[in-house]
Design a protein around this ligand. Sequence first.
Ligand code: SDX
Length: 427
Amino acid sequence: MPTKDSITVRDNRTGREYEIPIENGAIHASALRNIKTSEDDFGLMSYDPAFMNTASCKSKITFIDGEKGILRYRGYPIEELAEKCKYLEVAYLLIWGELPSESEYKEWVHNITYHTMVHENIKKFMDGFHHDAHPMGMLVSTIAALSTFYPDAKNIFDEGSRKLQIHRLIAKIPTLAAFAYRHSQGRAYIYPSNDLNYTENFLSMMYRPSWTTKFEPNQTLAKALDVLFILHADHEQNCSTNAMRSVGSSHVDPYSAAAAAAAALYGPLHGGANEQVLRMLEEIGTKEKIPEIIRQVKEGRRLLMGFGHRVYKNYDPRAKIIKKVAQEVFEVTGRNPMLDIALELEKIALSDDYFIKRKLYPNIDFYSGIIYQAMGFPVEIFPVLFAIPRMSGWLAQWQESLTDPEQKIARPRQIYIGYGERHVPPR
Ligand code: SDX
């Protein structure tokens, strides 16, 4: 019997059979609409809350094999990119599909460098936040506010305009992040320095004591941050990227779509997890308290933050690389005692049947926060440090979605389980 790339579905309600083609390991959900009990029947839908088993798009950007713990950007293994490339090279790769030549990289860095400044009114916008406003809340709002400064961004099908907005967003997000931090510290904003590279400039805007004080960013920390930015740059259809694509599908400008993506990333189940990991480790405090935490997790009273993943059912390859980066950082900053608690927690969890059965391994957020804290970043800034590099992934996915002929405005269906028609009682 020749094998065919299709399935045959028998509808037991009617006895009819339907052959549905299999393409790229999937069936097209629209094929289910042909399975009807009568001509005026709507046909079948697929029901998949949280899209646990639904492909929303075709993409050439990032490949993940959750069982084997593989992550590749445009075919390049994350391990090689982290070791051999700079973050801005990887951002170029994600967005334009190839690693840049020397001249392309020079032009790209020039364009990013010369768009790092923000309109002076952004400072007034930032100053409007309360002194203890969460930096991620400030970042989400200010990314959206940028859309009001660049009305030309609405020309989303003009390649030149798209390219300009991509330059602006990648260039300005470190500036917005640093401004949010300086505001929360009650300190003057430090403007971008065009003589520094991407991560050095970010460290300068964050930590330079004042505009008149010379500031030499630590090269080891700047390089470590660059690697961390590479690891966080993209991750196929994660929650925040789904938000970027979904909001972008209404053909809104990229600033508004990126604000929605940043808002999704803010959540403790997603990019906000790195902050929650540190809070959990600080709550644990000593190795002796770990068994109590594990007991609470196993009783379902809490999550082990930084563990588990929708796709990785093996060790997150990024977590492995981060553990190596941690050693380099600690040589400069001194060892973060939280690392010992994290390593012991990982050791205990990975030998406990509760976690093994559920294939719960450390994800990228489990170790990143320990490094960030050692680098002097306050815990509240951790999700912001995730958003900075993820901006290039969001923009790559947004642009791919806009230019995909199969994409339309995202508008899922539902299964209605509410009341049938009923009437307001007479008054
Ligand atoms: C990121 O999608 C991406 O790619 C995201 C990301 C990216 O780069 O964009 O990789 C970045 O967001 C990493 C994840 C950071 N979040 C956390 O560390 C928060 C803690 N993790 C969990 O919230 C959870 O693991 C998720 C949200 C990450 C994944 O959740 P799923 O896929 O919906 O899994 P699930 O909730 O269905 O869990 C399956 C089982 C459940 O137990 P049972 O109901 O079967 O008994 O595993 C349990 C869950 O309770 N479980 C956990 C757990 N994660 C899942 N139990 C304890 N601690 C956890 N962390």
